[in-house]
Design a protein around this ligand. Structure first.
Ligand code: GNR
Ligand code: NI
Length: 173
């Protein structure tokens, strides 16, 4: 089932998400829906908070069009190491439609998480995956990539998004 993706400005996107206590059928259904929603968007990552669920849940897939799909499910992800070395990527976000900016983050990170089957795992990420993982963990703490920009750039982007949203409302009403 496709879920609706919330976009900025929306107060829900600024909330802190709660850890999951168990991986039950409801959790798996939500993760399946999130993956479907992410592929349909299309995007390479999606946090539950982006579909309005305040739980520490993330789905990712950085495989390219022709390649075999490689979905990753992260439950209660915790970054346990970040490299001193940084890298810059042009980031986008499904909650900031049409907005892109170069963001500097640690180039490598290691995380602990629970997988789809409820097993504890560790993942060492670099390149785009490292950026994406950190972008998603930020979502779980109510942080968006525009928070790393100057106030001027951030305000400009929010203004554009408010305008976009007003346009959409007018069409619906
Ligand atoms: O689809 C997405 N692409 C992307 C590109 C660079 C860095 C991060 C991302 S994540 C984004 C999907 C999204 O909003 N995830 O929260
Ligand atoms: Ni995002």
């Amino acid at each position: 089932m496709l879920r609706k993706i919330l976009t900025e400005p929306d107060a829900i996107l600024r909330k802190k998400c709660e850890p999951l206590e168990k991986v039950d059928t409801e959790t798996k259904k939500l993760m399946d829906d999130m993956l479907e929603t992410m592929y349909a968007a299309p995007g390479i990552g999606l946090a539950a908070i982006q579909v309005g669920i305040l739980k520490r849940l993330v789905v990712l897939d950085i495989s390219k069009g022709e390649e075999k799909k490689k979905p990753i499910f992260l439950i209660n992800p915790k970054i346990i190491h970040q490299s001193k070395k940084t890298s810059v990527y042009e980031e986008g976000c499904l909650s900031l439609p049409g907005q892109f900016a170069e963001i500097e983050r640690p180039a490598e990170c290691t995380l602990k998480y629970i997988d789809y089957n409820g097993k504890e795992k560790e993942l060492k990420a670099d390149g785009l995956l490292a950026t994406c993982v950190q972008h998603e963990v930020d979502h779980l703490n109510g942080i968006l990539f525009i928070d790393y920009l100057s106030k001027l750039k951030k305000d400009m982007i929010i203004k554009k998004l408010v305008k976009q949203k007003k346009g959409i409302e007018r069409v619906i009403v």
